[in-house]
Design a protein around this ligand. Structure first.
Ligand code: NAI
Length: 506
């Protein structure tokens, strides 16, 4: 198919401008780089050429192709040299006044058909386009860092953006080897909005004293299958980037509870503990390697008590089979004997409440998170309540570690770590669907490619059971009396039928 844009201008040649220029030239477009800082565009051109040389060295690019790419990459010393561009992508400083002034000037230079695109990650496309003569030709084109590797781009329609402009940008994204997703102009667009659940809920769990950063990271990696724990991720992104994003989305949504940032990251940002790049964040880094304290070994328990499982436990038959496989002595009476370790497996409720409601002895009651099928996890998570005896806690820990699987023991809370984080992610994703910010399909694509989650949030809800996720949220809402856990109407409506078989209803 013929290339949709032949002549591209890239304004602002920092990390993002360079990445976009690289993939545009690789697609076959002639690319002109422009930067307000003297010499910056030329430096960027050299850096991009060096990237191609490296690819040639590694045998991933033909030398002749690299030379063709280089021949298509030029430098513009002034904006007026971009007059023949049919697409101009802006990746300058993230300031509304600067972007508005730039596009106003560009409008006097380029032709009537030129498409204008902004790589902004947090400003409103509608606001950037507001004072243009032709706001319909401006759209958001939000790439992710590093652009050549992050193969998704959000195409964002402002209030006046024409559908044809979004179509052209989507088609061009495909020609550059990227997957476009279409978003309405709303705070955080898709990826930064959908990403709110992971870090903010993990921070809440820490702020409630339920467990520490490293344990949460281990649980979400090894029980829920995320590549990086939320605190490892924040260390990688750096708090001077991620905390302002949390604040910005919270305020842009007029203090919506679901996005409330944490004082933990505010304080760490103020203290300069930004993450990897400053050598210290949630973890300490030496030569780029993080120092994580080793986990304590599972306790050794000589006299293992018999185990009784609550009839209301989630995945009760799987839990009983697991106990059998672990060689536990299982009690089958209607209530536990005086010696029995009492296991409960609630969704969303805290262990204390369950013990009280089910009239169990809290001193012998331990909870286990059964939201996810045990066979699909590499870690089990137990929770005590404030009255749980240490011998009962240790017995449960030793028992569930018998087959060599890792075990974390956390303090009581409404919902376990994975339940809370998964339910929050699914709920926020459902709310994105409720608001019509994008199609459910684009949501799944954007999150999988943009955030690297093991699956899209709607697929995640389906995998663990929409009614289970709803139960976690309803119960959390009751335990905390907090509106941030109120389920999105979209999730409630789809709870019974599944979240990703969605496309019939618009
Ligand atoms: P950067 O600071 O690396 O580069 C910005 C470049 O723009 C600099 O070279 C600067 O000299 C130039 N510049 C500033 N004002 C200019 C003007 N009026 N005209 C021409 N050039 C100008 O910034 P980065 O990280 O590349 O970000 C650029 C844009 O992309 C921002 O809007 C940012 O929010 C957005 N973005 C950044 C991402 C990231 O991970 N860094 C991800 C997605 C979007």
């Amino acid at each position: 198919m013929e290339l949709i844009h032949r002549n591209i201008g890239i304004i602002g040649t920092g990390a993002m401008g360079r990445g976009i220029a690289q993939i545009a030239a690789q697609a076959g477009s002639r690319v002109m780089l422009q930067d307000v800082q003297a010499g910056a565009a030329e430096k960027a051109r050299e850096a991009i050429c060096a990237q191609w040389d490296k690819l040639v060295e590694k045998g991933r690019l033909e030398a002749a192709a690299a030379n063709d790419h280089k021949a298509r990459l030029g430098v513009a010393n002034s904006l007026s040299e971009l007059s023949n561009c049919d697409l101009v992508v802006e990746a300058i400083v993230e300031r509304l006044d600067a972007k508005k002034a730039l596009f106003a000037e560009l409008e006097t230079i380029v032709s009537a058909h030129t498409i204008l695109a902004s790589n902004t990650s947090s400003l409103s496309i509608t606001a950037i386009a507001a004072s243009l003569k032709h706001p319909e030709r401006l759209a958001g084109y939000h790439f992710f860092n590093p652009v050549p590797l992050m193969k998704v781009v959000e195409v964002i329609a402002g209030l006046k953006t024409s559908a044809a402009v979004c179509d052209a940008l989507s088609q061009y994204a495909r020609q550059m080897g990227h997957t476009p997703v279409l978003a309405q102009d709303t705070p955080g667009f898709i990826v930064n909005h959908a990403g709110r659940g992971y870090g903010t809920e993990a921070l809440r769990i820490v702020s409630e004293g339920i467990t520490d950063f490293a344990t949460i990271d281990r649980i979400l990696r090894e029980q829920a299958g995320f590549k990086l724990g939320p605190f490892e991720l924040m260390d990688l992104t750096a708090l001077d980037v991620s905390h302002p994003v949390m604040e910005s989305i919270y305020h842009q949504y007029y203090q919506e509870d679901r996005y409330r940032p944490s004082v933990i990251t505010a304080q760490r940002l103020a203290g300069g503990m930004l993450g990897r790049k400053t050598g210290e964040g949630f973890y300490r880094y030496e030569d780029g390697v993080s120092h994580v304290e080793a986990e304590a070994a599972a306790p050794v328990v000589e006299n293992m008590p018999p185990v009784w499982v609550s009839p209301r436990a989630a995945r009760r038959s799987e839990l009983l089979q697991l106990l059998k496989d672990l060689g536990a002595k299982i009690e089958t009476g209607q209530s536990p004997s005086m010696e029995a370790l009492t296991l409960v497996a609630p969704l969303g409720f805290d262990i204390t409440t369950v013990a009280v409601v089910e009239r169990l002895d809290p001193a012998r009651t331990v909870g286990i998170d059964m939201l996810i099928d045990d066979a699909a996890t590499k870690r089990r998570v137990l929770a005590t309540n404030p009255a749980t005896r240490t011998d009962m806690r240790d017995a449960a820990h030793a028992l569930f570690a018998r087959d060599g699987k890792s075990v974390s023991v956390i303090r009581d809370s409404g919902g376990f770590v994975t339940q809370r984080v998964v339910a929050t992610i699914v709920n926020i994703a459902s709310d994105i669907c409720q608001q019509g910010i994008c199609s459910p399909k684009d949501l799944e694509t954007a999150v999988t490619l943009g955030l690297g989650y093991p699956m899209g949030p709607l697929a995640m809800g389906d995998r663990y059971g929409p009614t289970n996720v709803l139960e976690v949220l309803f119960n959390m809402q009751t335990v905390y009396g907090d509106q941030r856990y109120r389920p999105s109407p979209w999730l409630r409506r789809r709870g019974a039928i599944g979240l990703s078989l969605t496309h019939q209803e618009s």
